[in-house]
Design a protein. Structure first.
Ligand code: GUN
Length: 289
């Protein structure tokens, strides 16, 4: 192991502490807590874990948490009505509808119904457009968390070659936009990319966000590169019946070559909720300005 570990868990704790201080200041000034509403439709176990964790961390940061748990059979119209009531509620600064939604509900329609001013996930086309043209808006939490870790480690990113593996609306595309704004030379690779190992080998910064366990190998990494692993994949563990979490990067191989790398767990994962709380507080201050 030659790479330095990028401790996302510690960074996220620091960010949550700063958010908590500013949340207390907001409450003193506005006479109310900043509020985050989380909407969960159905009983997906992974989503239930995330939603519980978001609620706990929201309260721990001194903000109000509003949870709306709806049955899996909820109609699209009923879900849209809940979103509209949250749009109109002055106690709610941020709205997050947990994805994925059940198949009978059109996700894009739901996202389009969230007020762009309360879209703390940054998924609304208005916020995606603002990011694309460099206007202030809400940036999706996971890529913004990755950027914070990169800047903390590397400082100025200008002129660096960055390869983003994955082109999702939630991570890959906004990550590429953020890196372009930092004056990186950005390549977005995906499942149809030819000679992926060769493409990755050019990169000073590698962002892996494909959802395929340990796909990125150590010999794909340029010596000294910074590797950000967004993947959270559950795979069979050493003991029968046990599972373990791995990233999209072969950690053992890559950490022998990279300059710095995020572990899984404890790297990017904890950043997402910390940034969500930050975005909610930003929204609260904007609403009261
Ligand atoms: N499902 C998995 N990650 C996320 C996220 O960041 N936001 C929402 N709304 N749903 C998710």
């Amino acid at each position: 192991m030659t790479a330095q570990l990028i401790d996302g868990k510690a960074f996220a704790e620091g960010l949550r502490e700063r958010v908590a201080e500013l949340a207390a200041a907001f409450e003193a000034k506005a006479g109310r807590k900043a509020g985050l509403a989380v909407v969960l439709v159905g009983e997906d176990p992974a989503s239930q874990v995330y939603v519980r964790s978001k609620g706990k961390q929201t309260v721990a940061a001194g903000m109000a948490s509003f949870e709306h748990k709806l049955p899996a059979e909820t109609s699209e119209a009923d879900l849209l009505a809940v979103v509209e009531s949250l749009n109109a509620d002055p106690a709610v600064d941020g709205i997050l509808v947990q994805l994925p939604l059940p198949k009978h509900i059109d996700e894009q329609k739901v996202i389009a119904t969230i007020s762009p001013d309360k879209d703390v996930d940054g998924f609304h086309v208005v916020n995606a457009g603002r990011l694309a043209v460099g206007l202030p808006g809400y940036v999706p939490c996971t890529p913004l968390g990755c950027l914070m870790l990169l800047k903390d480690k590397l400082g100025d990113l200008s002129g660096l070659d960055a390869v983003v593996i994955g082109r999702s609306n939630i991570v890959g595309k906004p990550m590429a936009q953020l890196l372009i704004a930092e004056s990186c030379t950005v390549t977005v690779a995906h499942s149809r990319t030819k000679n992926l190992p060769e493409v990755v080998r050019r990169a000073d910064i590698v962002i892996a966000a494909v959802g395929r366990p340990e796909m990125v190998k150590g010999d794909w990494i340029k010596p000294g590169a910074t590797v950000i692993d967004v993947g959270i994949n559950r795979v069979p563990g050493a003991e029968e019946g046990k599972t373990r979490l791995v990233g999209d990067v072969d950690f053992a191989g890559a950490s022998a070559v990279a300059g710095a790398i995020t572990p899984v767990p404890g790297g990017v994962g904890p950043m997402t909720i910390a940034v969500l709380l930050r975005n909610t507080l930003v929204s609260a201050y904007r609403a009261s300005a």
